[in-house]
Design a protein around this ligand. Structure first.
Ligand code: ADP
Length: 630
């Protein structure tokens, strides 16, 4: 995606102010501490310069011992006090400053967590998110850059103000009449010319530097891609436990040097590196050269004036230091403003992401969920297409479901079973048709209250590397007895008894070396316990048992069927045997609901899909019957 290099200043101001707003809200105290610390740091050297000039003037002039001692004491005392003050202020600033990374991640993470599932999953959001991370990683661009720029702007403005106060008299103090040709230095035209050259040179240096910085923007898209691929190659492929096995068996030349070279944006052959050797480096060198010319010119001007008797040695130090600082301050200001401008497209990406509407949670008129008189769900002619997909994952599905019912949803892989559940759980909105709860479109209900209705165990459920009990409860503080009971009910009791730290045992070793690794079957029991702990009125098992054999899956499903008592439940499986205890079976095929009824009724329909699937899978049931009888 192309970044616009030339961004309008208005947009720069608007986005930067919004960015500062984010920092002010999320990290109170940060902006104020940067402001005050910047002022103190910037002004301090000028107090020194001024006092030092007075001391040198006295050494070169009157040499009054008392005055000399007073100047020296003032210099040392002020220095000590100001240094102490600056150190204290820096410490104050460093606390919120050290939280920058954390704060920024928190902002993005909260956005991701509150975003509609469909949006979060979309490639558009993934791309945005990845670009933001790459921009921050590669050059601190985005929200981060704002703090650097603010710091630089405050310091440079204060530095320029102080330097200006110390420099102004340079142009006003004339050389003496008897200094021959040097009297030209008193001429107003010469003074103006000198000032103009100095200002011109001062502007030129940072402008070249900003021009050099614009190459970051120019190659941002390519850099981001390279950075991602490089991260994948060197970061993820080698480190990710989940991929380690496959990589070892199938890696072939994936990790070869030529691949690493091809996708590495940090090698000398990358475009940014070539630009750094070419025009980008050229502009940077020009910027440095112009600055040095300025310093030379300032020295000559000040020394000539001193030679003409305009002032003494102390003032030479004062003016030279102040002019260089003035120029440095102006350069830093232009550089910071240029950085702000270059940062505009990166901030645009940040706010494109943060401004994405959280539709399902932002309905101000959302209704509360009332299920005291029971509930009825109805799919009314629902069709659904995943974003960017041609074909429908669900087509014209109409069905009703009442409280307390047990429904089995069966069908081949890819027939739309999971999609049906995801729509019911409001992870996606139907493309056509509507889903009603007690006659009202589910989108009208308060999102959080609605989500409380469901305990779902998905096929690709994930446990977190936290304590076992926290995993079960989904919370840091939880009812330990209830968590333990749920684990026992889910069949994890024997293992729980063997865990030394019980519910406090960490799962996996990511954050705790005493953490335990758990098998797939154990993980699944914990996931079931998590569903039981939530105690929602509606339990859904979406093939979390797919890795088990049919016999084991049937046992898990039957057990859950008993455990959930009077609750409503949906059991999903592509293996018909797993759900045959359900009186109500819905058969999906190619996104359509094609049959519904009890096992006996469906298996009796010889022309139906259920019968076909049942016959095709019969070998498993024979094995199952045998094992159950044993
Ligand atoms: P089942 O649960 O019966 O195996 P799914 O509901 O997972 O079936 O899938 C139904 C169809 O939707 C399949 O063709 C599948 O490839 C497609 N599909 C599922 N998830 C996505 C997704 N996130 N993006 C695009 N297509 C998807």
């Amino acid at each position: 995606m192309r970044l616009h290099i030339l961004s309008k200043n208005k947009e720069t101001v608007q986005l930067s102010l919004r960015g500062f707003g984010v920092w002010r809200r999320e990290n109170p105290g940060l902006l104020l501490s940067v402001l005050i610390c910047g002022i103190a740091d910037a002004v301090t050297p000028y107090v020194d310069i001024w006092l030092l000039a007075r001391l040198l003037d006295e050494i070169a002039g009157g040499r009054n011992p008392q005055l000399l001692a007073a100047h020296a004491l003032a210099l040392m005392g002020t220095n000590a006090v100001l240094s102490l003050l600056c150190a204290g202020l820096t410490r104050w600033k460093n606390v919120p400053l050290s939280c920058l990374w954390h704060t920024q991640n928190k902002v993005f993470m909260e956005k991701l967590l509150s975003m509609d599932f469909a949006d979060m999953e979309s490639s558009y959001v993934q791309e945005l998110r990845s670009r933001i991370w790459q921009n921050t990683d590669s050059g601190g661009w985005g929200l981060y850059k704002l703090i650097d720029c603010l710091d630089a702007i405050i310091r440079s403005v204060m530095s320029m103000l102080s330097a200006f106060l110390l420099t102004a008299s340079l142009f006003l103090m004339p050389v003496t009449e008897g200094s021959g040709r040097l009297t030209i230095l008193n001429h107003p035209v010469f003074i103006l010319l000198m000032a103009a050259v100095m200002i011109g040179v001062t502007f030129a240096a940072p402008l070249f530097s900003v021009k050099a910085g614009s190459y970051w923007v120019k190659y941002a898209a390519e850099n981001q891609l390279g950075n991602r691929l490089f991260g994948f190659w060197l970061g993820s492929l080698g480190n990710d436990r989940a991929k380690a096995l496959d990589v070892r068996i199938y890696r072939q030349d994936i990790l070869s040097r030529s691949n690493l070279k091809k996708y590495n944006p940090f090698l000398p052959t990358a475009k940014l590196a070539r630009a750094a050797r070419g025009p980008m480096g050229g502009y940077q060198a020009l910027s440095g050269a112009v600055s040095q010319i300025f310093v030379g010119a300032a020295y000559i001007f000040v020394c000539l004036k001193a030679l003409g008797g305009a002032f003494g040695v102390g003032r030479i130090v004062q003016y030279v230091s102040a002019i260089i600082a003035l120029s440095g301050g102006l350069s830093a200001l232009i550089q910071a403003l240029g950085d702000l401008k270059n940062n505009t497209p990166f901030l645009r990406t940040v706010f494109e992401f943060l401004d994405m509407p959280n539709r399902s949670r932002s309905n101000p008129e959302s209704m509360s969920v009332k299920t005291d008189k029971g509930y009825t769900f109805e799919f009314r002619n629902v069709s659904f297409k995943y974003s960017g997909q041609e074909h429908y994952a669900l087509r014209n599905v109409s069905m009703t479901f009442h409280a307390g019912q047990r429904l089995a949803v069966v069908g081949m892989n890819g027939s739309g079973k999971t999609t049906f559940i995801k729509l019911l759980c409001r992870l996606y909105d139907p493309t056509e048709g509507e889903i009603l709860l007690n006659g009202t479109d589910i989108r009208q209900y308060d999102y959080h209250a609605y989500m409380q209705l469901f305990s779902v165990v998905f096929q690709d459920f994930r446990l977190l590397s936290f304590a076992l009990g926290q995993n079960v409860a989904g919370s840091r503080n939880y009812d330990r007895d209830k968590a333990a009971q749920c684990l026992r009910d889910a069949g994890f009791g024997t293992r729980l008894d063997k865990l030394r730290a019980g519910l406090s045992t960490s799962l996996y070793k990511d954050f705790d070396e005493n953490g335990v690794d758990i098998s797939g079957g154990e993980a699944q029991k914990i996931a079931l316990a998590r569903a039981l702990y939530k105690d929602a009125p509606f339990v859904i098992l979406d093939e979390p048992t797919a890795a088990l054999d049919p016999v084991a899956e049937f046992e898990v499903y039957s057990r859950m069927n008993q455990l959930i008592g009077q609750k409503s439940a949906v059991f999903i499986s592509h293996r018909l045997s797993s759900c045959r205890f359900c009186d109500d079976i819905a058969v999906f095929h190619e996104g359509r609901l094609i049959q519904r009824g009890s096992h006996d009724a469906l298996v009796g329909d010889r022309a139906g899909m259920y019968y076909q699937l049942w016959s095709a899978q019969a070998q498993y049931y024979a094995a199952q019957e045998e094992s159950v009888q044993m």
